[in-house]
Design a protein. Structure first.
Length: 271
C-alpha cells in the first residue's frame, strides 16, 4: 500500500510493458553482479562506487547508469521492482525499504568461487534472468578449465595492502592465488591481530613474490605510509613484486578471475 502511494505521488513509474523486473543496486559488489546478469533496460541505478575504476572491475559499463548513495529516498525515486543490497549495507535503509513493500535481495560477500556462482544465481532469480546467470556461471567454469596447469603452490607469496593488511586464510583471494600456482605464505607463519601483518612478520615469511595492492597509493595516509617503511621498500627491491588492482578482489565477481591471469604470468616468470 505504501509503495502504491509513493508511485501515485509522482515517483518514476515502472513501465507496464517491461518484460523483466527493474532493479536498483545499492552496493559495490551487487552492482557488478547485476551488470553481469541483468539486461541493460532493467537497470535503473547503481551505487556511486560502480563507476570508480579504483573500486569496480566494470566501471566503464557502470558509467552508463544513474548512481545512488544507498539512501532509501533515492531508491524510492527510482521505484524499482527489486532492490539488491549487500549483507552489510545500511540496515536502516534496508529496513525502511522492506517496510515500504520493496522486494529486497541481500547478497553475502563471496569467500570462494562457489560463492560467486551462488550470488550470480540469486541475482538472476531475483531479476528473472536465470538463464543469463547460468550462462555466466558456465563461462566462469570454462575459463577455469582453460587455465594453464600449474604445480600446486609452486611459488610462495605474501599479499600486502596499505596498513599491512593481507588476505584471510579462508578467502576468495587465497583460492585465486592457488589457481595461479601461488601459495599464501602468511598463512604458514600466522597472522597478527585483525588479519594484519607487522613488518617483522612480513620479513620472517621471506616470500618469493610480493603481491602489492595498488589501491590509491598516491593518496597521503598512514596506511600507505606502512608501504614506505624502509624494510618493506628494501624487500620490494630485492624480491619479485607484482602490483594488483584492488578491484580484482574487492568483490567476488566473474571478473575476479582476471587476477589469475596477472598472477599466473608473474609466477611463470619466476619458474
Amino acid at each position: 500500500m505504501a509503495r502504491a502511494i509513493i508511485l501515485l505521488i509522482g515517483c518514476t513509474l515502472v513501465s507496464a510493458g517491461r518484460s523483466a523486473p527493474s532493479v536498483v543496486s545499492i552496493n559495490l559488489c551487487t552492482d557488478q553482479l547485476v551488470l553481469n546478469v541483468a539486461s541493460a533496460e532493467q537497470i535503473l541505478s547503481l551505487s556511486w562506487l560502480a563507476a570508480d575504476e579504483d573500486e569496480s572491475m566494470m566501471a566503464e559499463r557502470a558509467g552508463a547508469y544513474p548512481r545512488n548513495y544507498g539512501s532509501a529516498e533515492e531508491v524510492i525515486r527510482f521505484a524499482p521492482d527489486v532492490v539488491v543490497a549487500g549483507l552489510y549495507s545500511n540496515p536502516y535503509t534496508k529496513s525502511l525499504l522492506k517496510r515500504l513493500g520493496f522486494t529486497l535481495v541481500e547478497i553475502e560477500p563471496a569467500r570462494s568461487i562457489a560463492d560467486i556462482e551462488r550470488n550470480l544465481l540469486r541475482v538472476g532469480e531475483a531479476v528473472e534472468r536465470h538463464a543469463a546467470a547460468l550462462r555466466t556461471v558456465q563461462q566462469m567454469r570454462n575459463r577455469i578449465e582453460t587455465l594453464p596447469q600449474t604445480t600446486a603452490s609452486s611459488i610462495s607469496a605474501v599479499v600486502i595492502r596499505p596498513g599491512g593488511y593481507t588476505i584471510d586464510r579462508d578467502s576468495l583471494a587465497r583460492e585465486l592465488l592457488g589457481l595461479a600456482g601461488i601459495h599464501d605464505s602468511a598463512s604458514d607463519i600466522g597472522l597478527d591481530a585483525w588479519g594484519s601483518l607487522s613488518v617483522e612478520t612480513l620479513l620472517r615469511t621471506n616470500p618469493q613474490l610480493l603481491i602489492v595492492s595498488n589501491y590509491k597509493l598516491d593518496t597521503a595516509s598512514l596506511a600507505n605510509a606502512w608501504l614506505r617503511h624502509p624494510a618493506v621498500v628494501e624487500l620490494s627491491r630485492t624480491h619479485s613484486t607484482v602490483r594488483l588492482s584492488a578491484s580484482y578482489w574487492a568483490c567476488g565477481t566473474p571478473q575476479s578471475l582476471e587476477s589469475v591471469d596477472v598472477l599466473g604470468r608473474a609466477a611463470a616468470r619466476m619458474l
